[in-house]
Every structure is written in structure tokens, then in C-alpha cells.
Design a protein around this ligand. Structure first.
Ligand code: PLP
Length: 385
């Protein structure tokens, strides 16, 4: 941010990888009013902003219920608690995702079973999912319970295929949609594509707050009520007596106010991301491999990611031209020390290849058209060197 006033080496306005400053400027006045309201009513936890935010999330997505929580990670752990998983229960997750997906399964006491990804979508590969389920079914110490697909970079996982697999094997689905709020599949919003979907309000996510937060979107209102109990240490109306095991999973009134305000500008921001992605798509088509969804998929464009050869050299060349990039992720889950014990025999070839090739380009709602073109110019130039 300190370099924000300087011009880039190639001239033109500096390109940010994410840009929370421009966004803040557009809602600052409304937020200051909301702070004042919260300071006046003093209900920092469980204020009216919580209900408002949950209602707005339902209105936007069409979900039957929304439960706001303290983080995206809590939004993943709590449904697993609600479904009663624990020792010996297998939850199938892709091996190429943020570490939170694997941590959530382990924190709930269940066992992550890692599945390879489809190289086109970067999301869980339904054929490998089927193989891994059969393996668990043939094992003595694990019971196949649930699938936790991830909508990586904002692109919805293949929910039709995953639902078919879940139906065949009687598994539940808890979607990790942390990167994908605002994405759609066949006209349906992320948050309604699985029976339970978790999302994150981490500031740089598509629906980011100004701190930690998250939400669980559900099709069944009863599940929503169960999650509200788990959110407050498993209590009922009497907040002191636990009737089941729970945690502190609450989302502050302040974060709920930010997210409600952000929902008001969300469609505009979504369209801006789509416009930038369209330029990237057109200019990079046939030059670099990107993330390709199926017909009917609309990415939320949390990140715009391509595959490049000799990634370090390309990154350095882009940096020289004033183009910031990032890598999500350079280590697949099964190669992280905490999760190595869950590495399947033979590893996860597509997860490993992706981790060596992926490069994320600047993506946020406030990129100017000429900035996107400058990123493309720099990338195409670097590829030719
Ligand atoms: C960000 C993220 C999470 C966790 O969300 P937090 O709000 O940071 O706890 C989980 N899964 C994925 C795929 C994420 O990108």
C-alpha cells in the first residue's frame, strides 16, 4: 500500500493484487453511521445486525437459512459437529485447497480422505472421489460419511456429479465455498448448491468483512437452528446450560454490519470482477492454461489463476513490470507436515502438478480495464522470453 502513489515501472496507475482501499471508500460513510448505531445500542454480540445479515444472505442466495459465525473455518467445523461426526468417520476433501479444509475435518474429530483434482477445474475429481470412497468402504477402520467439495478460486465444484456420488453411497455434502460467494451453477447461487455450504468473510474473500467472520448456508431450517445452538456452546434458550457439545462460533455485530453493507454493493463488484475476467479470458486464450468450468458454471472470481511454466522466472518478470502475483497453493495438502499421514499411496498427481504451476493474477472489483491489459501484456511478454 505504501507504493500506492508511485507510478509503476511501465507507467500508469499501480496495480494491486487485492484492493480493499477503493472498496472502503465507497462504503465508508455508511459504515461510520453503522458504527455509531452499534456504539449506541452496545450489543456488540448478538445485536440486530446479526439477524439483518443472516436475512440478507438468505435473500441474496435463496438459501432457506443462514447462520453467521466467527470465521470460514468455524463454518466448516460446525456442520461436521452438527452431523455428529467423530472418530473413524471419513470426510472426502480435495488435496489442493487451503489448509483450513483439512484442519476443519480433523478439528471435528473425523478423518480427511484426500481426493485428486480435475486439472481443468482444479476442483475435486468425481472419478477419483468414487475410487477413494470404494477404498474406504473396503477398509476396516473408516466409515465413509461426507464429501467436502471446495469451489476453488470461486468456481463451483461439479455439484451434479458430487450429488450423484453422494446419493449412491449415502453420504452428506458440506461444501467449502469460502472462496466462492457470488458464484453460480445453472442459475443457482453458491450457498444453495449443497445441503450445507460454508463461506468466509475474511477481508480478501469475495464477500469479505473487515475482520474475521463466515456463514453457513443451509437448505433445512432445522439444521440452521441446530447450528445456532452449536454456535453458543450447544445451549438452548438458557445460554448457560449445554444440551449438546458446541463452541463459541459467534460473529460480532460489527462484522455483520460490514457484511450487510457489502451485500449492497456486491452485485456491482461481482460484475466488475466478471468484466476483468472476461478480458483475461480473451487475451490469454490459447496462450496459457486457465481454470475451465463446465457450461452453466459462473465463477465468483475470488482469484484468477493460470498455469505457467518456470513460474519463478515469470513471477519475477511480472514483478519487474509492476504486476503483483500470488501462489495459491504451492504445497498440496498431503505434502504439508500436519497432513502427511493422510497422503494416499502414489500421492495426488494433479494436486502436485497444480501446486508447481499455478499463478494467480491481480483480481478485485476495482481493477481498471487498462490495468488488466497491462497484466496481460506483461504475462504474454514474459512467456515469450
Ligand atoms: C479462506 C478459506 C477458508 C477459511 O476461512 P477463514 O475465514 O480464513 O477461516 C476455508 N477454506 C478455503 C478454501 C478458504 O479459501
Amino acid at each position: 500500500m505504501a507504493a500506492a502513489e508511485k507510478l509503476t515501472p511501465t507507467g500508469g496507475s499501480p496495480i494491486q493484487f487485492f484492493d480493499l482501499k477503493a472498496q472502503q471508500a465507497s462504503i465508508r460513510g455508511a459504515l461510520e453511521e453503522r458504527w455509531t448505531t452499534i456504539l449506541d445500542h452496545g450489543r456488540y454480540i448478538g445485536g440486530p445486525e446479526v439477524d439483518e445479515c443472516e436475512q440478507k444472505l438468505c435473500e441474496f442466495t435463496g438459501a432457506a437459512d443462514a447462520v453467521v459465525v466467527g470465521s470460514g473455518t468455524q463454518a466448516l467445523v460446525m456442520p461436521l459437529i452438527a452431523l455428529g461426526y467423530g472418530h473413524g468417520d471419513a470426510v472426502f476433501i480435495p488435496g489442493f485447497t487451503y489448509n483450513a479444509t483439512a484442519n476443519a475435518v480433523l478439528l471435528a474429530g473425523a478423518t480427511p480422505v484426500l481426493v485428486d483434482i480435475d486439472p481443468a477445474t482444479f476442483n475435486v475429481d468425481a472419478a477419483d472421489l468414487e475410487r477413494k470412497i470404494e477404498k474406504v468402504k473396503g477398509s476396516r477402520n473408516l466409515r465413509a460419511r461426507a464429501i467436502m467439495p471446495v469451489d476453488l478460486y470461486g468456481l463451483p465444484a461439479d455439484y451434479k456429479a458430487i450429488q450423484a456420488v453422494a446419493d449412491t453411497h449415502n453420504l452428506r455434502i458440506v461444501a467449502d465455498a469460502a472462496q466462492a460467494f457470488g458464484g453460480r451453477q445453472d442459475g443457482k447461487w453458491i450457498g444453495t448448491l449443497a445441503e450445507i455450504s460454508a463461506t468466509s468473510f475474511y477481508p480478501t474473500k469475495t464477500l469479505g468483512g473487515y475482520g474475521d467472520g463466515g456463514a453457513i448456508l443451509v437448505r433445512d431450517k432445522e439444521v440452521g437452528d441446530l447450528l445456532r445452538s452449536i454456535r453458543w456452546h450447544g445451549t438452548g434458550d438458557n445460554r448457560k446450560e449445554s444440551i449438546r457439545v458446541g463452541i463459541n462460533g459467534r460473529c460480532d455485530s460489527i462484522q455483520c454490519a460490514v457484511v450487510s453493507e457489502k451485500l449492497g454493493i456486491f452485485e456491482d463488484e461481482r460484475q466488475r470482477r466478471i468484466a476483468s475476467a472476461k478480458i483475461y479470458d480473451e487475451r490469454l486464450e490459447g496462450k496459457v492454461e486457465g481454470q475451465i468450468g463446465a457450461a452453466g458454471d459462473e465463477s465468483a472470481y475470488g482469484l484468477y489463476t493460470v498455469r505457467v511454466p518456470e513460474r519463478d522466472a515469470i513471477r519475477a518478470a511480472l514483478q519487474e513490470k509492476g504486476v503483483p502475483t500470488a501462489i495459491y497453493y504451492d504445497t498440496p495438502i498431503h505434502q504439508m507436515p500436519a497432513f502427511e499421514q493422510f497422503s494416499p499411496p502414489g500421492g495426488l498427481p494433479e494436486c502436485e502438478r497444480a501446486s508447481k504451476e499455478v499463478l494467480s493474477l491481480p483480481m478485485h472489483p476495482y481493477l481498471a480495464e487498462d490495468q488488466v491489459h497491462r497484466v496481460c501484456d506483461a504475462l504474454l511478454g514474459a512467456l515469450q522470453r
